[in-house]
Write a protein that binds this ligand. Sequence first.
Ligand code: SF4
Length: 190
Amino acid sequence: MDELRRQLTACKGCGLCQNRTQVVCGAGDIYSPVFLIGEAPGGEEDKLGRPFVGKAGQQLDQFFSATGINRNQLYITNTVKCRPTAVGKRGLINRKPLQTEIALCRKWLEQELALIKPRLIVTLGAVPLTHFVGRNPRLGDYHGRILSVEREKITLFPLYHPAAVIYNQKLNDVYRQDLELLRDLVNKLL
Ligand code: SF4
């Protein structure tokens, strides 16, 4: 994992290296059977060099604490490891990663998965879900469902991205129910 991080932090494999402050590597328990995947770092993550420390991360932490999930027992990373940006009125703003950026960064996620060998993969949002089920999945059809990947050896559990709850409070109850199910899955594994 140290060698992977060393190589990853020097990556210039796509154009996102130009505006990043730093590469945001995965964080958490590298021996955890539970592997969470978000979309891409935002501004706070880019500054601090850790995944899920901005608004969406705080929202996720609140749900974790309300449902009794310990973030320190999980490994958390992103599909794309550098912050995708666009030019806004007051400087750079976050944007979704492009398919080309996702494809070029894919090898890093695959190496993380190969090293950690999780038994439960939790995708946060549509971008990481495409890695497993193909392009343009409708999250409404997938969230909170227990699926299998790699010949049934790994459980896949898709969730909405926590930022979706910030923008759509109607998802609050749905997200909490999904997190309660996740807590039960995590507790069985730990
Ligand atoms: S986003 Fe991924 S492929 Fe692109 S520079 Fe960063 S680490 Fe490399």
